[in-house]
Design a protein around this ligand. Structure first.
Ligand code: NDP
Length: 433
């Protein structure tokens, strides 16, 4: 707090993790002696840079670019790039910090990082987005590489942006297809990467629900967001027999008691780059309302926030409890304020935190790196099966840590502990890093 007084998102992420590590520290006094936590919360490197670009009318603009390389104890830095006006150092550090433990939980050899810019791709032409990406990569290329740091997508960065970023990197440094993940399928991308975070969220949720002797079949699910994660969460939830009744964006939400059709969302958002409001013009049973989907009072069973950080406050969490929700699993990063999490934990709701529940995206990104190294492409089924195994394994690891430290189904603490133990062991073995 003393060092970063204005970094509220970063502090929130750090305190939430540190709170749950107490039992591990008690069991490992050597971690305290080695000042391990102070090292863990300090990024190995934080890069900030100017990104000048020109719009279609010839006007000049400047945005701020970031890459925070947080921890490479278990592998090269890995984490997405976010393009959104709310991006600042605090947001990038919170995401990078979370990424360390998330990547560790996947069981794959990847360290933690995150980056992005306060550039807003909304309403920009393809050429403007391309010029921005080229300018951004002009600096970023100095800091990344297939064995060093491998960025991917996040909010505002999908296939189009990764393509432009990759093209820019290639002009500057030559063809190295392992330098970015989320690439197009014609130049080293992995099948199932687009679907991975949404599918993975449902594989994790399914494992959590099954462990309680329950099933997803017939469950009513509220999903927020209508971007990459939300769209494929809707698809997989429906395939697994549940009914998704909402999707949203930052202006409002759609309620469809008959069940959201992911293909309509995909058409509006991915193909037409439109707003979710348009869903109600195309589907007769759907209604559009302004405001937050978390203020909408309706009975349902499972909440899957898939939009952004801090989208659920304490009062909204109380409404979630009142509406009869049994499970909440996070597709977005840190969507719940700490006092909202406290509300879940004081109720009977079982809570699957982001770093476990949404790790599917980075897991398949790491599988994309493996395919790039092999110069082979795996089938959709192969990648999807591995994703499913990884997500079930993440739930099992979190559950095992929960049991070991007698946390009473606190899967948040379980995930933090399981992710931390591997990174801590690696850091201790590598000396003063
Ligand atoms: P997208 O940009 O594809 O979609 C983001 C969605 O969230 C949009 O519907 C957007 O609406 C909505 N949203 C953004 N900001 C706000 C806000 N302030 N209030 C309400 N809604 C908002 O991003 P992704 O789907 O890729 O990412 C969603 C979340 O999942 C993020 O937290 C991201 O970090 C996390 N995540 C993503 C992964 C991935 O593989 N893509 C991997 C792991 C985590 P609007 O269009 O109005 O802004």
């Amino acid at each position: 707090q003393r060092r970063d007084p204005d970094q509220s998102e970063f502090q929130e992420a750090v305190f939430t993790v540190l709170d749950s590590l107490a039992p591990v520290l008690e069991a490992h006094p050597e971690y305290i002696k080695a000042n391990l936590l102070s090292r863990l919360v300090e990024p190995e490197r934080a890069i900030q840079f100017r990104v000048p670009w020109q719009d279609d009318e010839g006007q000049f603009h400047v945005n701020r670019g970031f890459r925070v390389q947080f921890n490479s104890a278990i592998g090269p830095y890995k984490g997405g790039l976010r393009l959104h006006p709310t991006v600042n150092l605090s947001v990038v550090k919170f995401l990078g910090f979370e990424q360390i433990l998330k990547n560790s939980l996947t069981g794959l050899p990847i360290g933690g990082a995150k980056g992005g810019s306060d550039f807003d791709p909304k309403g920009k032409s393809d050429s403007e987005v391309m010029r921005f990406c080229q300018s951004f990569m002009t600096e970023l290329q100095r800091h990344i590489g297939p064995d060093l740091d491998v960025p991917a997508g996040d909010i505002g960065v999908g296939g189009r942006e990764i393509g432009y970023l990759f093209g820019a990197y290639k002009r500057l440094r030559g063809y190295q297809n392992g330098v970015l993940t989320g690439k197009g399928l014609t130049f080293g991308g992995s099948l199932a990467r687009t679907e991975a975070t949404g599918y993975g969220l449902l594989y994790y949720t399914n494992a959590l629900v099954k462990a309680q002797g329950d099933t997803l079949t017939g469950k009513r699910i509220k999903i927020s967001g209508s971007g990459n994660v939300a769209t494929y969460a809707v698809q997989k939830a429906t395939e697994l027999g549940a009914k998704v009744i909402t999707v949203s964006d930052s202006n409002g939400y759609i309620y469809d008691p008959k069940g959201i059709d992911y293909k309509v969302v995909q058409q509006i958002k991915e193909v037409e780059r439109g707003r979710i409001k348009e869903y109600a013009d195309r589907v007769a049973s759907a209604e559009y309302h302004g405001g937050s989907v978390w203020d909408f009072d309706v009975d349902y069973d499972i909440a899957l926030p898939c939009a952004t950080q801090n989208e659920i406050n304490k009062d909204q969490a109380k409404l979630i409890v009142k509406d009869g929700v049994k499970y909440i699993c996070e597709g977005a990063n840190m969507p719940s304020y700490p006092d909202a999490i406290a509300v879940y934990q004081d109720s009977n709701i079982l809570y699957g935190p982001a770093k476990a529940a949404n790790a599917g995206g980075v897991a398949v990104s790491a599988l994309e790196m493996s395919q790039n190294s092999e110069r082979l492409s795996w089938s959709f089924e192969t990648v999807d099966n591995r994703l499913q195994d990884i997500m079930e394994d993440i739930f099992e690891k979190s559950e095992a840590a929960d049991k070991k430290y007698q946390l009473d189904k606190n899967y948040q603490a379980g995930a933090n502990i399981a992710g931390f133990e591997k990174v801590a062991t690696a850091m201790m073995a590598q000396g003063l890093i």
